[in-house]
Design a protein around this ligand. Sequence first.
Ligand code: ADP
Ligand code: DP6
Length: 342
Amino acid sequence: MPSRSVPGAAGYEAAPNIALVKYWGMRDERLVLPNNSSLSMTVGGLRTRTWVRFDPGLSADRLWLNGEPAGGGPLQGVAEFLDVVREEAGTRQFAEVRSDNDFPTASGLASSASGFAALAGAASQAAGLRLTPRGLSRLARRGSGSASRSVFGGFVEWEAGHRPDGEDCYARPLLPPDHWPELRDLVTIIADAPEKAVRSARAMQDTIRTSTAYAERLRSVPGRLANLRTALRMRDASRFLELLIAECDDFRHVCETTVPSLDYLTPASRAVLAAVLDLNRTAGSPIAGYTHDAGAHVHVFTFEPNVAEVEGRLRSIPGIASIRTLRPGPAAHPIPATGPAS
Ligand code: ADP
Ligand code: DP6
């Protein structure tokens, strides 16, 4: 039974995640229930910190995002999410929310995942709900599907579940952050990456309606998921990299066959994909793999001792603003309730 103590204030930190097997398509948009299970790596080195304070004197929710007062879509997303928290906690109080992403917002680096995982943690605590990690994952899912995975660290699987009420739809940790010490995620930050025009939640429903490749994707994902799980557990680098590329190519294919077509990549992103394939051809076996979510930045996975060689190759590509070398990151966790001043 959730506790219903007096609402107060709380802070929470969460990291984004990169999907290795993507969630794309919902069977229930209100409850954010996906058509397929997905698997991700929570990334270390990028983070969202969020503070929530419920206040009986407020007549509406307020949001400061990255130090600026926010309205429009971001405020609406937060307010709708807080409605879910209010309903569960049995309170009608509005809240003041302050949240900082220490990486670009809405550019394909999954700020919505870390943002809603951190908000779920801070808002549920501030509202007096004492959720289990699984309960927190279910709650975060309501803000952004991928946020359900950012509740956990390391490698994480989000179960699609079957129930119409979503009770069996939550993420769970698969392998801890230190499982594969040689693994690196070189995130190529694309210089002219456009801000996302359409939230993924909407774009994926366009895919369901219009892409002729989507049904086949749904048939192939469970097998790829099982194979990737095994490659991860066995630390089978070649198999892992091959599966990563195959899954990303399939995701891109359903995006490109959506009407109107979803094209998230820039010429520089495409040059990164080509460079990875070329590196692997030259090496004679996979030494790197790529994946991207609904954005232009490309995550290039590789392993020591090949990191320097792969990074050197990526640095020669024009149009890349920077390369961040990331490792698997930690689970979402509480931080002190006193945030930055307004
Ligand atoms: P991204 O790839 O960064 O997830 P999206 O367009 O899918 O891009 O999601 C970005 C949206 O997520 C923002 O416009 C905002 O509505 C929401 N968002 C991002 N960061 C936060 C945050 N820290 N707190 C609350 N909402 C956030
Ligand atoms: C391609 O859950 O981030 O990253 O509700 O728009 O925030 P929003 O959708 P979101 O969609 C994720 C799509 C993806 C794949 C994935 O992360 O599994």
